[in-house]
Design a protein around this ligand. Structure first.
Ligand code: ADP
Ligand code: MG
Length: 218
């Protein structure tokens, strides 16, 4: 549509998404550190901030003709190479798979983004083997992907669809409070993890909110 002059609108949208993630994790550092201190090792905010700051820097050098999917593949690779904790490889694989699913598509539609998000969830489950209810990022991300898919099937425009996805992610995030952790470090605490919101599920809700914001700012 742009005729080769400058990045496609979809590319700019996803770059805004990744930059919003970097800004959100920097702003929410204390909150996320406290959540991980309660049931993990208090490094989750540092992991996400370091990772998405590196992503934002890497995207400064993005090719001008890059398709949107390329943004997510690059972002995912950057997270894998810069984050040591569980969340680095999991989010890294998720974004890489989402980017590959977008393929050569130049515009971001509700159905296209729904397929990308569903693929991201699949990548996380393949790598981390968490099921819904295990008190992980999956508990926020899978409902968000489902909400986006339902919105896509109903022909709902992207901004409105992402508001529904973000609310589903937040509901899923809050539902982790009542769950005993069965994956990751928090699982060492077993029943003692009940009563605490999962940091990774919280980050997942932030990441969906960052995409909603990127669309709103477009
Ligand atoms: P680490 O646990 O290595 O310190 P982080 O603190 O960055 O890494 O991330 C912790 C979060 O990662 C958890 O809150 C949880 O949501 C998520 N997580 C951990 N293990 C898994 C897994 N196997 N599958 C999905 N998500 C997981
Ligand atoms: Mg941790």
């Amino acid at each position: 549509m742009s005729g080769g002059s400058g990045p496609a609108a979809g590319t700019e949208l996803l770059v805004r998404w990744m930059r919003n993630c970097a800004a959100t994790f920097a702003a929410q550092r204390e909150y996320l550190t406290d959540l991980d201190a309660a049931i993990g090792d208090a490094d989750h905010a540092d992991n996400m901030t370091r990772g998405f700051t590196a992503v934002a820097e890497r995207l400064d050098g993005l090719e001008s003709d890059a398709v949107p999917g390329r943004v997510l593949v690059l972002a995912g690779s950057t997270l894998i190479s810069t984050v040591g904790g569980a969340s680095g490889p999991l989010w890294g694989s998720a974004l890489r798979r989402a980017g590959k699913t977008l393929g050569e598509e130049r515009t971001i539609t509700t159905t296209g983004m729904a397929a990308a998000l569903a693929a991201a969830v699949t990548a996380i489950v393949e790598l981390g083997e968490a099921q819904p209810g295990d008190k992980t990022m999956v508990d926020a991300l899978a409902p968000a992907a489902a909400a986006l898919q339902a919105a896509g099937e109903a022909g709902v425009p992207l901004g409105e669809a992402l508001a529904a996805a973000r609310m589903a992610a937040e509901d899923g995030m809050r539902a982790t409070i009542a769950m005993p952790a069965r994956k990751g470090r928090a699982s060492y605490l077993g029943e003692r993890s009940v009563g605490h919101q999962d940091p990774g599920a919280t980050s997942a809700a932030f990441i969906i909110a960052a995409l909603e914001q990127a669309v709103a700012d477009g």
